[in-house]
Structure formats: structure tokens, C-alpha cells
Design a protein around this ligand. Structure first.
Ligand SMILES: *Cc1c(COP(=O)(O)O)cnc(C)c1O
Length: 387
């Protein structure tokens, strides 16, 4: 009786329906399913963060409406963390906003800066929210393919002039989900120069900057001095501190961009629960050995899976960050066929690459979100499949 709005009807088809069905079927058959599909760490939130949240929960002053922009104390903690980590000073009053998870900020950001008919430049394959936020704001998505030929970086020089003249935002995401690609500060410099030349906003999704390996350390785009004029960066506590369920992150960068996003938030939400922000302060300002430990655990899993897959003849893009592996499907399969076979015959759930966008066809993504023994079990099941 009630038809969905045009914007909901224009949502991209959910490509994992068939996969979800096959997974449910495997579980029903009593199969021991190894789920390497979702990007949600299996590790618990470190105890000192949970305790800070518990204490904050008991204080009545935290039971009221928070402010949309976030507690000053949280924004100060974020600014302090940011300076320690990237060597860049930001003003907590004007250049930081608390988010109810970075997804919230990413989805809302285009509402502040995109008019109907204007273009948003979105990488593909990618986290779906860049496109969906654009769609909800009435904007038009122009996709920038990420392929191994361009090291999974968008080819900015290939964007037609006509598109550029209508473009408002350029989304980027490094370390990258799903391809695991990383970039240097020099590449960020080029992006910032390009954005300044064409009057573009650069929105950088930095959800994975703390999950790095092999001596690589991901930079912030704000390490480029001119980035302050054109860029906003979205940070998440979800992956770094294993806090996906708490819903907390922050955006940092150009004051005008932060103000636009805050104005949207003022009008659609009432901010992040203060007890959660206090837990966030404990995470950002407390001891960081838990993050070191998370890196160590994910690194061990990464090595196990990378070596094991390579031994089995898989072509894997070797990751220097994130907790994913981006792997080519064996010859003769589509991503969907291969992933379906893995569930049906081996009880292993992975994500088909085309679910993140067309150029992801021919790949699948593994999330290293189960223990090493389970990964070894997955490898031995893969070996017995005789692919
Ligand atoms: C997990 C993830 C996010 C969202 O994280 P939240 O802070 O939990 O909303 C954003 N971007 C990418 C690429 C992610 O993988």
C-alpha cells in the first residue's frame, strides 16, 4: 500500500541475498560454518575502556541529551590523539566533531555539501555508504575504478572535464576496504593539489589507519598542510579498539566542512551518548598497548592466511594494513559462483568482490575476524576442495 520513496527504490540491489540464503542453509544442515564475511572484529573491547563506560553510565549528568557536536572533552581527546599519532595540531572546538560511528558521518556528509544534480566522485569497489549518502542527498555518483593496474588508486586524470565541473566531493579510503591497498603522504599531496585546482572537497575515510603491518604506518591526509583547506577525515574507534557496537568515531579537518556536517547532525540527531564518549576518551587517551596487541593478533592471522592461500595457488594482494585479504577467484569462476561453492561445500563464508562494485568482479574478500585455528581449519577445507 505504501510505496517506498524514489531514493529507497534506487538503492543498489543487495548482492548478498543469495549468499545469506546459502549460509542459512549450511547452518541448517548442521555444517560448522566459518564466517570470514563480516568486517567486525571478534575480539572484545579492552577492559579499561569498558570500565570507563560503566562508570560513566552511572553518572546522572550523562543521562541527558548530549550535544550534536560532541563533548568538548571527547573532541579534545581526539585532537590530542590525532596530534600524537600524525603530528598535526587541530582545534578541538572548530575542527573536530564526534560521530555516532564514522558511518553516520559518512552517510550524512553529502547532505551538507551536495545539491541535486551535483556529482560525487566515488571509488569502486568500495564501502557502499559513499554512494548511498550521495543518493540520499540527491547527488549523482561518478565511479572511479580501483584496479591492480593503478594500484587500487583512482585515476584522477581520467575524470572527464564535464563531470569535474559538477563534482563537489571526492571520496577516498586508505588503508582501503576491500582491496587493502595503502598510499603514501605524497599521493595525498597530489590529491589535495587536484582538489584545490578543481574546487573539490576531499573526504577521506580513515577507518583502518591503526591496523598496519610490516613497518608501514598509514598517514593522515591532514599531514599535507594545504589539506586543511579542502579535506575532512573520518576516524572510527570501531576497528582500532574493537568497539563496533558502541558506535563512536569522529571527523576532523577543514573547519567549514566540520561545521556543515555538524549543522546536519544538529537537525537529525542529538549526538552520541556521553557514557560512550567517555569510553572513547579512555580509549584515545589511555594506554595504547591494546592496539599493539590487536595489530599483533591480526598480523599473525594475516601471515597464516596469506601463506596458506599462496601455497594453495591463490593470487593474493599482500596487505600492509586492514584485517582483510583481497584474493583473486580461481580461473573459470565468477566471484558469486566461487563464494557459493565455498559455502556449500566447505562451510566457509567470504564476500564476493563484485558486492563492492563491478571492478571487484573476479575477487573475493576474506575478513580475518576469527582465531588462527579457525583460519587453519578454513585452509585445510580449501585444500580438500581441489580447486
Ligand atoms: C567499518 C568501516 C567504517 C565504519 O565504521 P563505524 O565507525 O563503525 O561506523 C567506515 N568505513 C569503512 C571502509 C569501514 O570498513
Amino acid at each position: 500500500m505504501f510505496s517506498f520513496s524514489e531514493r529507497l527504490r534506487r538503492l543498489p540491489p543487495y548482492l548478498f541475498v543469495e549468499l545469506d540464503r546459502l549460509k542459512a542453509e549450511a547452518l541448517e544442515r548442521g555444517m560448522d560454518v566459518i564466517d570470514l564475511g563480516v568486517g567486525d572484529p571478534d575480539l572484545p573491547t579492552p577492559p579499561h575502556i569498558v570500565e570507563a563506560g560503566q562508570k560513566a553510565l552511572e553518572r546522572p549528568e550523562n543521562h541527558h541529551y548530549p550535544s550534536s557536536v560532541g563533548m568538548s572533552a571527547f573532541r579534545e581527546a581526539a585532537a590530542e590523539w590525532f596530534e600524537k599519532r600524525f603530528g598535526v595540531k587541530v582545534d578541538p572546538a572548530s575542527e573536530v566533531v564526534t560521530l555516532i560511528g564514522s558511518k553516520e558521518g559518512i552517510a550524512h556528509f553529502p547532505l551538507a555539501f551536495v545539491n541535486p544534480g551535483e556529482v560525487v566522485l566515488v571509488p569502486t569497489p568500495a564501502y557502499p555508504v559513499y554512494h548511498i549518502g550521495t543518493l540520499f542527498a540527491g547527488g549523482e555518483t561518478y565511479y572511479l575504478p580501483l584496479t591492480p593496474e593503478n594500484d587500487f588508486r583512482p585515476d584522477l586524470a581520467a575524470i572527464p572535464e564535464e563531470v569535474l565541473s559538477r563534482a563537489r566531493i571526492l571520496w577516498i579510503n586508505y588503508p582501503n576496504n576491500p582491496t587493502t591497498a595503502v598510499v603514501t603522504r605524497e599521493w595525498f599531496s597530489q590529491v589535495v593539489a587536484f582538489a584545490r585546482e578543481h574546487g573539490l572537497i576531499v573526504a577521506h575515510d580513515a577507518a583502518y589507519t591503526e591496523l598496519y603491518f610490516e613497518g608501514y604506518r598509514p598517514p593522515s591526509i591532514l599531514e599535507v598542510p594545504e589539506a586543511r583547506e579542502v579535506a575532512i577525515e573520518f576516524h572510527s574507534l570501531s576497528k582500532t579498539y574493537c568497539m563496533t557496537g558502541w558506535r563512536i568515531g569522529f571527523a576532523v579537518g577543514c573547519a567549514e566542512l566540520v561545521k556543515g556536517l555538524t549543522t546536519v547532525k544538529n537537525n537529525v540527531d542529538s549526538g552520541c551518548f556521553q557514557a560512550v564518549q567517555e569510553a572513547g576518551i579512555a580509549a584515545l587517551t589511555g594506554p595504547q598497548d591494546c592496539v599493539e596487541e590487536h595489530r599483533r593478533i591480526f598480523d599473525e592471522r594475516r601471515r597464516t592466511m596469506l601463506e596458506g592461500l599462496q601455497k594453495l595457488g591463490f593470487e593474493v594482494y599482500p596487505p600492509r594494513a586492514t584485517f582483510y585479504l583481497w584474493v583473486k577467484v580461481p580461473p573459470g569462476y565468477t566471484s558469486a559462483d566461487f563464494c557459493a561453492r565455498l559455502i556449500r561445500e566447505a562451510g566457509i563464508v567470504v564476500t564476493p568482490g563484485n558486492g563492492f562494485g563491478d571492478p571487484g568482479e573476479g575477487y573475493f574478500r576474506i575478513a580475518l575476524t576469527v582465531g588462527k585455528e579457525r583460519l587453519e581449519e578454513a585452509l585445510s577445507r580449501l585444500a580438500s576442495l581441489n580447486l
